[in-house]
Design a protein around this ligand. Structure first.
Ligand code: SIN
Length: 275
């Protein structure tokens, strides 16, 4: 096995592991590496939908997206499609998947099917380091506090994206989570708010809550907490959604990144109640 670190903050590209193999031994090795590096990347893994599902199931029960239709034969797989002339793509600003749920996603397995020659890299950011390096005054202010996370409604997941189809659910979800959660497997502290879904700190005046959240969101965007993956076809990313944020870059500009399709298959694994 060969492991190359993507940045000083997180992320590793792994060679010598076959993702078609969903045996206990293979999964344990993958899980251990994922906990260590937070996001793993594998190239040239031409796995089938069944193989992607089998591997995902090793991490726990699969989660269907609350708003977006999955594939007809594999409802657990959301096919993220950006049409050639689209300038937006799904997941295009920093976020933690589904933090508005009472049990937000544990792990994501994202597999590339079609990739533009340039553009559409995915960035990841390490929220353990974000907590460690947070200003001490802010750490005191948020100690023991929770924040409200709100789903943005079905429209936010489909309206801007020509190829993404809603499943008809119109319920909006709101849940409270600790601002600093403890990772259930590593016991490390994680800064668990994100600018996409976190709206307010509970038991704090709105003005102060806005001010503190803005500062935290700016801090979370520091590039030195990040790594960036340039996709190739049949590549797979497996990430710990509890301790990271991510965004799909929308650098689809005329004469360069625009004019190409981008297709990814996403499977999410159910998480626990953040503590
Ligand atoms: C996502 O936000 O889950 C998708 C990211 C990507 O397609 O790069």
């Amino acid at each position: 096995m060969e492991i190359s670190l993507l940045s000083g903050a997180l992320g590793a590209e792994v060679k010598g592991i076959n993702l078609k193999d969903s045996s206990d031994d293979n999964w344990q090795q993958i899980n251990k590496l994922m906990l260590e590096h937070k996001v793993l990347f594998f190239r040239d893994q031409d796995i089938s939908s069944e193989e992607q599902i089998n591997l995902a199931k090793k991490f726990g029960p699969l989660e269907k997206h609350v708003y977006v239709k999955g594939l007809k034969n594999y409802p657990e797989i959301v096919r993220i499609i950006k049409g050639p002339e689209e300038k937006h793509q799904w997941g295009e600003t920093w976020h933690t998947d589904v933090s508005y749920s009472s049990k937000p996603t544990k792990v994501i397995i994202l597999r590339s099917r079609k990739i533009p020659p340039v553009g559409g890299d995915t960035m990841f950011s390490n929220m353990e380091i974000a907590y460690e390096t947070l200003d001490e005054d802010i750490k005191k202010k948020i100690e023991g506090k929770k924040a409200i996370h709100t789903s943005l409604g079905a429209a936010a997941f489909v309206d801007k994206y020509e190829e993404m189809e809603a499943n008809g659910n119109l319920v909006e979800y709101t849940n409270e989570h600790p601002i600093v959660r403890t990772h259930p497997e590593t016991n490390k502290k994680i800064l668990y708010v994100n600018s996409m879904y976190t709206k307010k700190i509970i038991d704090m005046e709105k003005e102060e809550s806005d001010r503190i959240l803005d500062k935290i969101f700016q801090h979370q965007e520091r590039l030195d907490f990040t790594c960036r993956f340039k996709w190739t076809e049949n590549a797979v990313a497996i990430w710990d959604n509890r301790s990271t944020q991510h965004q799909g870059l929308t650098d689809f500009f005329p004469g360069r990144g625009l004019g190409f399709e981008r297709i990814m298959d996403r499977i999410a694994i159910e998480g626990d109640h953040p503590q």
